[in-house]
Design a protein around this ligand. Structure first.
Ligand SMILES: N[C@@H](CCC(=O)N[C@@H](CS)C(=O)NCC(=O)O)C(=O)O
Length: 220
């Protein structure tokens, strides 16, 4: 049986999330906060804020997201997801207690920090924000990941099995926005079906689309 969720006082939210609206790392935390119905304050933290001494005191790596819960400061999107699920929805299915179920979720959190980041997320950084990295390499990593997801999601409705979990929230945004990095999702119908199932979860909110990069002019 699921334990009751911790109820928050109404009024000023005790949770503050530092981020930007185009970050998939931030978006996964926004999704969980919304799905757990936890009120929060969003503080915009673009590059110049992330380099400030005040922000570097919160996260010496200078990265978003950062979450404050009262006097507690947490960095790293997946670490924040685990904290929120265990703290505010204990006994629930977002991050299960049972050993095998937890390991299935953890596998996809690792993939979110690995293949998803170095594949589709990096491809999008290159095409939308001119990030200096190898687009062909990012496309190759993304292809290997999406072929695996396509196969896996043929047998399971959600990444970690029968129910939505942190795995789905962590992998959603950079998969959904892969086309912004010039990686088509057309060859992966099971992946597109899974994206639609995540989008149908209560209180889902999409990450805004980045301005689409122009196709490079073809040599003639
Ligand atoms: N492992 C971190 C990675 C977060 C991350 O790469 N955030 C990006 C924005 S999407 C960032 O802050 N980049 C600035 C930098 O690395 O200097 C997490 O999961 O939170």
């Amino acid at each position: 049986m699921n334990a009751p969720q911790v109820r928050l006082h109404t009024g000023k939210p005790r949770i503050t999330l530092y981020g930007t609206e185009f970050s998939g790392h931030v978006h996964r935390v926004v999704l969980l906060l919304r799905m757990l119905e936890i009120p929060f304050r969003f503080v915009s933290a673009p590059d110049e804020v992330r380099r400030s001494p005040e922000f570097l005191r919160l996260n010496p790596l200078g990265q978003i997201p950062v979450l404050e819960d009262g006097s507690l400061v947490l960095a790293d999107s997946n670490a924040i997801l685990v904290y929120l699920a265990r703290r505010y929805a204990p006994g629930g299915t977002w991050m299960p207690e049972e050993a095998l179920a937890a390991s299935r979720v953890q596998r996809w959190l690792s993939i979110a920090a690995g293949e998803l980041k170095y594949g589709p997320a990096t491809a999008r950084l290159i095409t939308v924000w001119n990030y200096p990295a190898d687009h062909a390499r990012a496309v190759e990593i993304a292809g290997r990941l999406f072929r695996f997801m396509q196969m896996h999601l043929g047998d399971h409705p959600y990444l970690a099995g029968e129910q939505a979990s942190l795995a789905d929230l962590a992998c959603y945004a950079y998969t959904a926005r892969a086309p912004e990095g010039r990686i088509s999702l057309e060859p992966y119908p099971a992946v597109r079906g899974w994206l639609a199932r995540v989008e149908a979860l209560p209180r889902f909110q999409a990450m805004p689309r980045a301005a689409l990069p122009r196709e490079p002019a073809s040599a003639s």
